[in-house]
Design a protein around this ligand. Structure first.
Ligand SMILES: *Cc1c(COP(=O)(O)O)cnc(C)c1O
Ligand SMILES: [Zn+2]
Length: 393
């Protein structure tokens, strides 16, 4: 189970970077870096039978993940989450093949675990011992958990009105919590300064290359759960966009290894009306998303006014012939109740937004009743029961 990682590459200018040194992003393009693998080598030991026989979890895909040594493959049991048919929800709205990929089953009850396990494991392999992260909430909790697991130090910068559960879990895991008067973008500025000052490693979304690799495993799993024939449409609640870009990358790598054909799902980026930079850019036909002023929504994970990977997100949506759709907080609250009462899944507001967006796209005739549709529930609703201020009520 050797990693077939060869190097890192800037998707904008093509410049290559050494993957055995700690890297951040391409300074020239202000673009995230993408990990590249020798896929011909990977496929020699990575075949369907082998992958199925390995223990559950995302390390089953070790050949196309960046960590080289087995002893560095940190785990809290992340990945291999269920793909649940949502038959009742579907029937009520005339969808015959509706599914929910339920990411709330991950450690720390959100899919942020996938990205952070990878970023922390790889950084530790490269000798890093102290981390800093700006977060809307869940990423901070996940970093704190994996840092505790790996005996590393973590500094978490979080908006002071982030969900209380996120603040409490960070403290419980023994990390240093700094509450910020502002949004994740403000927390990001502070984290960058502290990173420079103290030499802490900044694991902000897309500012290092490996959270993307962890999130990529959602696409690998989904392909397997659909028997190597991808679904027609994916609804993905988008903040920083790691999952959307990650799945798109996963599909590409799977095709290059001969696991799937060239059919791709239409990727729908779902955002909240109070913070929808990607939706606005998509509608305007822009390559880049402009900063969104005053981001405000109960879906804390979607409060990302200036996603660093805007180019990659918009490219993936357009290449997939997908779309971008914003929903209101009121629509999210209704959607959350519908999912819970029909399917027994208490979705997070971000996951509920995906269902709300599907209903809107249906009204526009954009999805057909018989299409295979996957909604991503990215975390548990339980983490949002208490906001520390502002959102109470
Ligand atoms: C962070 C987060 C999102 C957004 O994920 P990205 O990959 O950053 O777009 C969605 N839902 C939840 C619950 C989150 O914590
Ligand atoms: Zn570049």
């Amino acid at each position: 189970m050797d990693s077939a990682l060869t190097h890192l590459e800037c998707p904008e200018c093509g410049k290559q970077f050494d993957a055995d040194l700690a890297q951040t992003f391409c300074e020239d393009c202000k673009s995230p870096l993408e990990a590249r693998y020798d896929l011909d080598k990977a496929r020699l030991s990575l075949d369907l039978k082998t992958v199925s026989a390995r223990p559950r979890g995302l390390w089953r895909w070790a050949e196309i993940l960046p960590v080289r040594l087995e002893k560095h493959r940190l785990t809290l049991g992340e990945g291999d989450t269920p793909l649940l048919p949502a038959a009742r929800l579907g029937k009520a709205s005339d969808f015959k093949n509706l599914y929910i990929k339920d990411e709330s089953a991950n450690p720390t009850a959100s899919f942020k675990a996938r990205g952070l396990v990878m970023a922390v494991a790889k950084a530790i392999e490269l000798g890093i011992k102290e981390f800093v992260i700006p977060t809307a909430g869940n990423a901070g909790g996940a970093l704190a958990a994996y840092a505790a697991r790996a005996k590393a130090a973590a500094h978490v910068f979080m908006p002071k009105d982030a969900p209380l559960a996120n603040q409490l879990e960070v403290k419980a895991f023994g990390a240093d919590l700094v509450l910020v008067d502002g949004l994740i973008s403000d927390a990001g500025k502070l984290a960058a300064e502290e990173s420079k000052k103290h030499g802490w490693f900044d694991v902000s979304t897309f500012k290092e290359p490996y959270r993307l690799e962890g999130k990529k495993t959602m696409g690998l799993e989904l392909a397997g759960q659909f028997n190597w024939n991808l679904p027609d449409v994916i609804f993905y609640p988008t903040g920083g966009g790691t999952g959307l870009v990650g799945m798109w990358k996963a599909f590409d790598e799977l095709e290059k290894m001969g696991w799937i054909n060239s059919k791709r799902p239409r990727m729908v980026s779902v955002q909240a009306e109070g913070c929808a930079p990607i939706v606005r850019a998509f509608e305007q036909g822009s390559e880049r998303a402009e900063f969104w002023n005053g981001g405000e929504t109960i879906a804390a994970g979607l409060r990302v006014p200036g996603p660093f990977a805007d180019r990659q997100i918009l490219r993936a949506i357009r290449q997939s012939k997908g779309a971008a759709m914003a929903v209101s907080d009121a629509e999210i609250v209704i959607a959350q109740k519908e999912i819970a009462s029909n399917e027994g899944i208490f979705a997070c507001p971000e996951g509920a937004a995906a269902w709300a967006a599907l209903k809107k796209m249906q009204k526009q005739g954009w999805v057909k009743p018989e299409e295979q549709i996957v909604l991503f529930n990215t975390g548990s609703g339980l983490k949002y029961l208490c906001f520390s201020s502002k959102h109470t009520g």
